[in-house]
Design a protein around this ligand. Structure first.
Ligand code: MN
Length: 212
């Protein structure tokens, strides 16, 4: 069975005006779908044909299969990104808030670190809040890079590829990053990932309807 293009967990206009419906429709229906389709083409008839997406990402990296890694990691990162966003700005609370206070000082300082990392990142990639041995960290990865292969637990991510914001704010990445950080971060999702302590699982085949 193929890897699924998981549906967006909210209507396409749910994040407007910070991220427009036009951006989400194209980002999910063309970009994310393109990565999923390429993974499915690549694994058909191979020993990974029935593997879950996490296994495919890790196997592709271990085998040095750059093309499969890029498409599989992008498919996973996008599924994770959709869940990292929410229509209502939440606030960190409980154990996650305590960890943020210990490692960053305050949620506001964490937000500043996120904006700085995301706007300073050169070219395409992803900004992440991750939990690891040394506590919480803000990091960024290049291209399809993902914490899924590093052992750190991603709590949420922000897509830094131009296709994530170009229709809305053109080249002004800081405007997109600040809008997302202030208004769209899914803190409930971050708290779930933090308390579980292991990487989020991409919804697998058969659990969600195929699109198209
Ligand atoms: Mn993207």
């Amino acid at each position: 069975m193929p890897v699924s293009l998981i549906p967006l967990p909210y209507p396409t206009d749910a994040l407007a005006p910070h991220i427009s419906a036009e951006t989400l429709e194209l980002h999910h229906g063309a970009h994310h779908k393109g990565y999923v389709d390429k993974v499915n083409e690549a694994i058909a008839g191979t020993d990974l044909a029935d593997a879950d997406l996490e296994t495919i990402v890790r196997a592709a990296e271990a085998r040095g299969d750059r093309t499969l890694f890029d498409n599989a990691a992008q498919a996973w990162n996008h599924g994770f990104y959709w869940h990292s966003l929410a229509a209502r700005p939440g606030r960190p609370s409980g154990p996650l808030l305590e960890a943020i206070a210990g490692d960053f000082g305050s949620p506001e300082r964490l937000n500043e670190a996120l904006v700085e990392e995301a706007t300073g990142h050169f070219a395409s990639g992803w900004a992440w809040l991750v939990a690891g041995e040394g506590g919480l960290k803000v990091i960024s990865t290049h291209d399809a890079g993902t914490p899924l292969t590093t052992g750190e637990v991603p709590l949420f991510t922000i897509d830094l590829w131009e296709h994530a914001y170009y229709l809305d704010v053109q080249n002004k990445r800081p405007d997109y990053v600040e809008a997302v950080v202030e208004n769209c971060l899914n803190w409930d999702f971050a708290a779930e990932n933090f308390s579980r302590g292991t990487a989020w699982t991409y919804p697998q085949r058969g659990l969600v309807a195929q699109e198209g």
